[in-house]
Design a protein around this ligand. Sequence first.
Ligand SMILES: C[S@@+](CC[C@H](N)C(=O)[O-])C[C@H]1O[C@@H](n2cnc3c(N)ncnc32)[C@H](O)[C@@H]1O
Length: 278
Amino acid sequence: MMNPMGPQMKKNMMRTLAEQADRHVLYEQAVQCVEAEIDMVDATFEQIRGYPAQTLREDFCGTAQTSMEWIQRRQNNLAVAVDLDREVLGWSSEHHLAQLTEAEAARIELLQADVRELRIDPVQIVLAMNFSYQLFDTREELRAYFASVRAGLAEDGVFFLDAFGGYDCYRDIEETTACDGFDYIWEQSSYNPIDGGMQCYIHFAFPDGSRLDRAFSYYWRMWTLPELQELLDEAGFRNVTVYWEGTDEETGEGNGIYTPSRVGDADPAWVCYLSAEK
Ligand SMILES: C[S@@+](CC[C@H](N)C(=O)[O-])C[C@H]1O[C@@H](n2cnc3c(N)ncnc32)[C@H](O)[C@@H]1O
């Protein structure tokens, strides 16, 4: 009698869900919401300049999901996605670029490089999202990175970054979020109040009890918003603006709408955006 189970199926039945998982797929599902991010960036650039942007550079791009979203927004949009890590760029090429038409693929470039050492044509938007710039842990290093971003912008260019904070970020905590088929666990494992250094991990847990521990690990300096605004000013940017999230009156939770603000709330945990104009 024929075995109805193929060899791959049989093999998978013997492996845990963690062993079968792809950490980049899980990261994209759990961490990123590129549609909302590009909505905000696209609309804000147009508000500032009066016309939509065409060219975007995504620093610390990881799987370059944000650049993929950008080039699919308008037929003339162009993106350059930059990351140091060959492995993650290879993943993006195999999983994202391979899905594009030839014409779409011609409008996105994956670049393996240090974001501080780029020699590419100026762009209208540079993105540094998911707090990745926090790996620069001295004022000199972060200011130099910001200055290099400014130098890489076209005359009408705008730099966008996000930031997080609130009193919970100084605590050693684990926060679990249920996703489709797995749990996403954000761990702030240690915070050093003397130098602001913070060790964070992303873990994934599965219904069969298996786990992908420390699937991603970040050692960051926990920069504050005043420091970020000062360093952007010092790097030569103009009109540095913080966009603070509004509150849903019914739930008391964030409503996903970010507006230019000078006063925020002392929330336990918040995420906001900044823009800085060339
Ligand atoms: C937290 S991931 C960010 C992923 C993505 N930007 C997002 O929004 O979720 C940080 C990425 O930055 C990359 N990276 C770290 N230092 C870098 C540098 N100096 N230049 C370019 N990429 C760098 C790492 O390889 C990693 O893929």
